[in-house]
Write a protein that binds this ligand. Structure first.
Ligand SMILES: Cc1ncc(COP(=O)(O)O)c(C=O)c1O
Length: 234
């Protein structure tokens, strides 16, 4: 079987349709930005099911911009496969990051190979692929993992930290583990004249305003529908 290097003649079977569009574009000279690009970006976003898309001049720049938008910079490492077009490694190099090549498995995937390395990182308790989560059983933790995963937006490989291990980012501590303690949001009230006390009752965010009003001895507005959390009583 002869496999052609490309399928240009197949892709552009209906040449007339494309030439008619190009002719309009040439007449207006609007080939960078402008209405044609806008139309393409809108149609493409709809096609791939995302809100926005930005078209670029070529695939290499698309890779560079994607890496930069993720904050990849000098000193970072980017893992990629050896059997991709050289633009993949070139884009990593262009961002100043270190290229780390890994083999792909018999499915041409790298997720299982990355999994083996990720589990060795301190603080990582479990590394699980999206596919493993979706085909997991029905234990509490497996159901929580399934609920956490979005088929399109979630990464292919998900790591779960060791219990009570928290990572900090510029936007604060992270949530999103399937552990019990992460299924609730802790709520702290502190003051120098408070005695330490842990309340294990389930409260909700609307209770915060009436509770603070009560502590400050002021009446909350009538429109507030939360309840006072009894901090000083048993
Ligand atoms: C996998 C892959 N990535 C990136 C590129 C780079 O695209 P461009 O040649 O438009 O810069 C190519 C081009 O063939 C490619 O095959």
């Amino acid at each position: 079987m002869i496999v052609p290097f490309n399928y240009l003649n197949y892709q552009f079977k209906d040449k007339k349709k494309y030439f008619a569009e190009w002719s309009k574009l040439i007449d207006t000279s609007e080939f960078t930005l402008g209405p044609f690009i806008e139309k393409f970006e809108k149609k493409f976003s709809k096609y791939v099911g995302v809100k926005h898309c930005i078209s670029t001049n070529n695939g290499t720049d698309a890779l560079i911009l994607s890496l930069k938008s993720l904050g990849i910079k000098s000193g970072d490492e980017v893992i990629t496969v050896c059997n991709s077009f050289y633009a993949t490694a070139g884009a990593i190099e262009a961002c100043g990051a270190k290229i780390v090549f890994v083999d792909s498995d018999e499915r041409y995937q790298i997720d299982l190979i990355i999994k083996d390395s990720m589990i060795k990182i301190p603080g990582v308790g479990m590394v699980i692929t999206q596919n493993e989560i979706m085909t997991a059983g029905d234990s509490d933790i497996e159901i929580r993992l399934k609920n956490m995963v979005h088929p399109i937006k979630s990464p292919d490989i998900i790591f779960i930290p060791i219990k009570y291990w928290s990572t900090r980012s510029q936007s604060g501590a992270t949530h999103g583990t399937p552990y019990d303690y992460d299924a609730h949001i802790p709520f702290f009230i502190s003051s120098s004249n408070f005695k330490k006390k842990e309340i294990k009752k389930r409260v909700s965010s609307v209770d915060i305003a009436p509770t603070i009003s009560n502590i400050l001895n002021i009446s909350p507005p009538k429109s507030i529908n939360g309840k006072i959390i009894k901090i000083f009583e048993d």
